[in-house]
Design a protein around this ligand. Sequence first.
Ligand code: PMP
Ligand code: GLU
Length: 424
Amino acid sequence: MQTTSSSLTLSDRVSNLKPSITVALNNRAKALKASGVDVLGFAAGEPDFDTPQPIKDAAIKAMLDGQTKYVPTLGDMNTRECIANKLVTENNILGLTGEHIAIGTGGKHVLYSSIQCLFDFPAEGQEPMEMLLPTPAWVSYRPICELSGGVVREINAGPDSDFRITPEQLRAAITPQSRLLIINSPSNPCGTMYSEADLRALAQVVHETRDIAPNLMVLTDEIYEKIVYGDTPHFSIGSIPEIADRVITLNGMSKAYAMTGWRIGYVAIPGEFGKKFIKAIGTLQGQMTTNITSFNYAAIREALTNPEVAQTVEMMRNAFASRAKLIMNRLAEIPNVSCPTPTGAFYVFPDVSKLFGKTTAKGTKITDAPSLSEAMLDEAHIAFVPGNDFGGISGNHVRISFACSDEQINAGMDRFKAFVDGLV
Ligand code: PMP
Ligand code: GLU
């Protein structure tokens, strides 16, 4: 019998899955550029710097030395201990050993695995488990939660509070269904941060509501921890003893060490349950990807321990600090566009809603952030990410990544200003 492909279907799970807008827009800007269009990309959430040389050298040496075979699924113990040591000494997350660390293929992958290990699809007649998601939030938390049977309860913050939720908002959102609170500081897409005092107040709420939500855990995504340049130092919520045993700390090499293409991320959680959780990630990963690329473990150790690398990280931090100032100065010249000052990561998230309802010089009607982004890409050749998929009030915003040169920032802001000036 002959079959035709028209009768073939995909799973509902992937058919209903929303593509990542950040990845999609970045790919689109790159494709346009490759086709010869003079596009200035501000969509990519990745440093424009190259990976520091000692890290590359360590990986090359490991490869030449023959470290090209399978290794234990979660990583060799040396590297897991090296990460544990970093988290104990730099982040004050006490009691971590190599057994409390899982290394996977990027922050996104260990986020996916962590959520798979925490959420179940509800049995019939049962309420689903909930992820408490302060918004605006990075676009991937929601779909990854929903793929695992969870539902998202957004806790909305806005520019007035530098996009930070309050302890009162958190308390009001907690129910017996609460499974996981996401914290992401410095924030993608906002570029703002929680202070130590803010995080202590949120931790207090998690601690005090143990009876209401006995299974509530915290996942703190600290992938931008090294890119901090305001008055607020980075602080790890996993260092607060009252809740430490229920805090998963996620980090990775992508942003701090300009290693987005290497695909390396890790999670850590102390205590006995921590070991059990990490083992479960190992079981899952053992059926999915096994270990990360074997010669990359040496690169991780090099990144975390070589003082020369630390100096390069500091150079990159200073560059982001100065670019943050530059882009804020340039945005201040643009009418009807405003946002809080970034103090971390490399994003600004301006409110552009005052531009909705206007028409571009070429006659395109701007109705919302996606139509604005689209028109800017088509007519001004600048790629900004429309806010909508970041949740909450994000539909009034666009995300601009300033992980690019001063020249590009200046040229992009010239185009943005001319575009806005041309709106009627
Ligand atoms: N968390 C946040 C907040 C991010 O912006 C990113 C960037 N994609 C990640 C996690 C994951 O990064 P990666 O998978 O490259 O480690
Ligand atoms: N985190 C980056 C961003 O938000 C990279 C793309 C992605 O993984 O979402 O742009």
